[in-house]
Every structure is written in C-alpha cells, then in structure tokens.
Design a protein. Structure first.
Ligand SMILES: [Zn+2]
Length: 113
C-alpha cells in the first residue's frame, strides 16, 4: 500500500485517503478576459507530463480535506516530498536514483534495444 505524508496532519496515511489535483504551481492569468483562445488552451489544458520528477497538487479528501503539493517520481511512483499549499516549490537535488528508479530505467533501456 502506498503511503502519502500529509503536511497538515503530519503523518503518513493510505493512498485511498487522497485525491490527485493535477499539476502544481500553475499560475492563473490575471487578464483572463483578454487572453486568446490559444493562451487559454495552454493555461487550462496543456501540461508537460514528463517522465521523472513532477510537482502535483493533492488533497487529503478523507482526512483533513486540505490541499497540499507533492514532488513525485512518475517512473517509480515514489513521493519525494510533500509541502503545504502556498509554500514555494522545493529545490531538489539531482534526479533521485532510487533502486526502483534505476531498475525501471534499465528495464526500459533493455526493452528498447
Ligand atoms: Zn491531512
């Protein structure tokens, strides 16, 4: 079972208590009525979806109910850190190389050859 640390409850809880809220740190345009359809599309729909570390919003929906942010590795599904909403994006060291991450990368590279 995947455990997620809620920075408000200050404890790890089961994944089933949380809901993903999409990408974190998306800035809403201040001139929404003036932007073009293409600019609105880029703000509202388009995301990078990289392989590796991403920053996401999460909500402890069956706990305190609050939103917080998390840095998560999409390859290993490992949560690197969580932090309260409104706090700046943490500066992470170089891409984490957990055993699961390394094994997954090696498996993908081997499958591609
Ligand atoms: Zn909580």
């Amino acid at each position: 079972m995947l455990l997620i640390y809620c920075p408000y409850c200050e404890e790890e809880r089961a994944e089933l208590e949380f809901r993903n809220g999409g990408d974190a740190h998306i800035a809403r345009p201040t001139n929404m009525a003036e932007i073009s359809d293409e600019e609105f599309e880029a703000y509202f729909f388009l995301r990078e979806n990289p392989k590796g570390v991403i920053f996401e919003r999460w909500r402890h929906i069956h706990g305190c109910g609050r939103f917080f942010n998390a840095a998560r590795d999409t390859v290993s599904d490992r949560f690197i850190t969580t932090y309260k909403a409104g706090e700046p994006k943490p500066v992470l060291d170089a891409e984490p190389k957990t055993p699961a991450t390394v094994e997954t990368y090696e498996a993908l590279e081997g499958a591609a050859q």
